[in-house]
Write a protein that binds this ligand. Structure first.
Ligand SMILES: [Zn+2]
Ligand SMILES: [Zn+2]
Length: 195
């Protein structure tokens, strides 16, 4: 039977890093569920401040940790949602986030923490720990960060704003003469003629 720890941000201003004790994992599999607001994770707070991203749901992380071939294997998923603004038309939209991951934690022998290594399969992540505890919070935040698009698009075919008048071209043509696009059209016409 697996143990279940439910760790939540129930106490005011309480900080509850999700840590697993390696000795416990060696004895039996440990299942964990953590639900925390984005403010719990410093890297997500930075992202909200710098990139205009707003988390609209808490970060839900469900994981199980087990000892395997000399390392701790943590498999699980993270879920949340963000409000983003489209990089082309600036419309705000909400995007659900969901990601599954597997992380192999190996004990770091040296004085310095080893760099996180991405294994060839991008779903598998290698990380290191020191001492007898593993703090899962940095990896939870990292998995969420990876799901937030670098260049958000409200839809793949978003037409963006007219650079002349600022009209949202998804709502129709404004009638401006946009040089760049006309040049492209001219080039296309030329190709057609030359065929
Ligand atoms: Zn858009
Ligand atoms: Zn226009």
């Amino acid at each position: 039977m697996a143990s279940i720890y439910i760790l939540g941000n129930f106490e005011k201003e309480g900080v509850h890093p999700v840590k697993i004790r390696v000795d416990d994992v060696k004895k039996k599999r440990i299942d964990l569920t953590e639900e925390e607001p984005a403010e719990h994770y410093p890297s997500l707070v930075d992202m909200e401040a710098e990139d205009g991203v707003t988390f609209t749901k808490p970060i839900l992380a469900e994981m199980s940790a087990q000892w395997e071939y000399g390392h701790v294997r943590v498999a699980g998923k993270v879920e949340s949602a963000v409000r983003l603004s489209c990089s082309r038309c600036l419309t705000e939209y909400e995007l659900p986030l969901s990601s599954e991951f597997t992380i192999f934690y190996t004990e770091s022998k040296g004085d310095e923490m080893d760099e996180e290594v991405e294994l060839s399969d991008e779903e598998l992540i290698s990380a290191s720990y020191r001492g007898d505890e593993i703090d899962l919070d940095p990896e939870i935040a990292e998995q969420v960060l990876l799901e937030v698009p670098y260049k958000p698009l409200c839809k793949e075919s978003c037409l963006g704003l007219c650079p002349n008048c600022g009209q949202d071209l998804n709502h129709g043509e404004c009638g401006c003469d946009r040089g760049g696009i006309n040049l492209k059209m001219a080039a296309l016409k030329k190709i057609k003629i030359e065929k």
